[in-house]
Design a protein around this ligand. Structure first.
Ligand SMILES: [Zn+2]
Ligand SMILES: [Zn+2]
Length: 404
């Protein structure tokens, strides 16, 4: 009661601020109730406060309804189940909080931010009659920016896991900005800003953007195949991140059919499911084994038995210095990766089909050609005959870390 009387004496103070100085006292009370009760009891003892704008919050708690209304307007037309409020204080408010803590310490107070966020949340929920607070993964995050007199709204992306097959060569996995203009648009790219007209990402994302009423989506792959390689078999795991979705209960089986119809002979998807954001890192960091099918051409004809032995001899650890073809964008270093399993089918004079199972990160084209000695051993060095991959397909990508 003594501290409460001091607070009243220090200047005009609102019930919310008076009450939250004792926020940990009593259950089922709002700070406003606490403040009001203290004021009543103090009045009975002849202690009365001054009228005017609260010296601690500068009237912030009177504007709770207004901020909730602004947030509700921003949430118009957006589907959500959960929300969270945050607030950026002005320097003055931060200072007053410190004064309150230091000069009128009760050891029972609730910080201004905490109390304000809760009160705005309650008012917001009451206005829309939906949504609950979620501290971990709220669909909507509002930040009330008091210095800027603005509300910021962030919408939690939707994450969808699945596998894609790329049935044609020449399509990159993700959007590539034009090399010449870096995406701005120029004559070389016909003012599209793109190096390639299509990508797996864009072909898959199109129907999702429409369904989720979003304008941005990113495909996160569990590794990526070369542009000129196909992705066959059961496909490569990916997570599609749809940014700022206005709709989130989207019909995945229907979207799967749409992708498979519209991107028909280029890309197909399967096994779509909603996943948490953490799955992106999980599939990207997964140590996946790959199975490749490589059509290889040799400079001379080779006896099938010699070829079979040379390929089998490659099983084991391969030392690879960063290939010349990717050296401009990857750090130059030597990696060791294991080739686990091989199988050879002679096709014709100087050509054979290889099936190779390896640890993730082994460069297959260089395993065959040797990349001027940068990959060791290689099929070319083992045979003593130049060899190169003329067609490459990834036929399996597997890891225990994948959700399926
Ligand atoms: Zn106040
Ligand atoms: Zn361009």
């Amino acid at each position: 009661m003594e501290t409460a009387a001091c607070l009243l004496g220090a200047g005009p103070i609102c019930d919310d601020c008076l009450g939250r100085a004792f926020g940990r006292l009593g259950h089922g009370l709002t700070n406003r109730h606490r403040g009001d009760a203290l004021r009543t009891v103090l009045a009975m003892h002849g202690v009365t406060g001054k009228h005017g704008t609260c010296w601690v919050c500068n009237g912030l708690f009177q504007h709770v309804e207004g901020w909730a209304a602004r947030a509700a307007a921003a949430a118009q037309g957006i589907e959500f189940d959960s929300y969270l409020f945050g607030v950026r204080l002005t320097p003055r408010l931060t200072q007053m909080e410190t004064v309150l803590e230091e000069r009128f310490s009760t050891g029972l107070s609730e910080p201004l931010k905490h109390a304000f966020n809760r009160e705005v949340g309650k008012a917001f929920e009451a206005k829309l009659s939906r949504g609950t607070v979620d501290l971990a993964h709220p669909h909507l995050t509002f930040v009330i920016d008091l210095p800027q007199d603005a509300t910021e709204l962030r919408i939690l992306p939707v994450y969808i896991y699945g596998r894609y097959r790329k049935l044609v060569r020449g399509i990159p996995q993700t959007f590539w900005p034009c090399r010449r203009c870096r995406g701005k648009g120029c004559e070389a790219c016909h003012f599209t800003g793109k190096q390639y007209a299509e990508s797996v990402e864009e072909l898959i994302a199109a129907p999702f953007l429409k369904a989720a009423q979003s304008s941005e989506a990113h495909l996160h792959g569990a590794g990526r195949e070369d542009i000129d390689a196909r992705m066959l078999g059961s496909g490569r795991p990916f997570v599609l991140e749809v940014a700022s979705p206005k709709a989130r209960s989207i019909d995945l089986p229907s979207l799967e059919r749409q992708v498979n119809r519209t991107a028909a002979d280029k890309v197909s998807v399967s096994g779509l499911q909603f996943v948490p954001r953490e799955t992106v890192a999980r599939i990207k960091e997964a140590d996946a084994q790959k199975v490749y099918r490589a059509l290889v051409a040799f400079e001379r004809e080779i006896h099938p038995d010699i070829l079979a032995k040379a390929v089998a001899d490659l099983i084991g650890t391969i030392r690879q210095r960063t290939p010349k073809r990717v050296a401009h964008r990857r750090a130059d270093r030597v990696r060791e990766r294991r080739l686990l399993e091989t199988d050879v089918t002679p096709i014709s004079w100087g050509q054979a089909e290889l099936r190779l199972r390896s640890e993730g990160g082994l460069y297959i084209k260089e395993l065959i050609s040797g990349d001027d000695g940068r990959t060791d051993p290689s099929l070319a060095s083992t045979l003593g005959i130049p060899a190169r991959v003329i067609e490459l397909d990834v036929v399996d990508v597997s890891s225990d870390a994948f959700p399926d």
